[in-house]
Design a protein around this ligand. Structure first.
Ligand code: ZN
Length: 165
């Protein structure tokens, strides 16, 4: 298996005695694999990565995911918090350039009760919004196939990210 650059890893092993648990985590698997195109990873930062949501609530739905496997918001360091925000700003800028959204929904579902699909690994959703898109959202919310639209947006986002500083 190919090992990727992973500054968080030594700490991660120290923190989690049951590494197997983390191995079954989708976000942990994605960050470990060298299959960014298949996994729709847009960008890898130092502490977080950006990935397209396969089951989008709207076109361009991305997630900002810290590498650290934790369900505790308070576990993140100042650097991690800073990069979450920095990457969010980059995503907004890139999406504004690509598809000119009129607004965004941004946030995290903390805990299963709050609606988190993957509650053990905190991640942040950024959903572009356009006037009048609300009726469209439930229809595409449960799409099981990665649509061409997602692949196209992934490609565009990737190249936008490279341009951004
Ligand atoms: Zn994880």
């Amino acid at each position: 298996m190919k090992h990727l650059f992973s500054p968080w890893r030594s700490e991660y092993i120290k923190t989690f005695s049951d590494e197997k648990k983390a191995r079954s985590c989708l976000f942990c698997r994605m960050q470990r694999e060298a299959r960014d195109a298949e996994n729709l990873i847009v960008w890898r930062g130092k502490f977080c990565f950006v990935v397209m949501n396969r089951y989008p609530y709207n076109s361009g739905h991305v997630m900002i995911v810290p590498y650290r496997h934790t369900s505790r918001f308070g576990k993140f360091t100042g650097e991690e918090h800073a990069e979450i925000m920095k990457l969010t700003a980059k995503c907004i800028e890139a999406l504004e350039h690509i598809s000119k959204p009129e607004g965004f929904n941004y946030g995290a579902n903390l805990g299963r009760t709050a609606g988190a699909g993957i509650d053990k690994h905190i991640h942040f959703h950024l959903v572009p919004r356009w006037n009048g898109d609300t009726n469209f959202m439930p229809a595409i919310g449960q799409t099981k196939v990665v649509s061409e639209d997602i692949r196209r947006t992934w490609k565009k986002l990737k190249s936008e990210f490279k341009k951004l500083k």
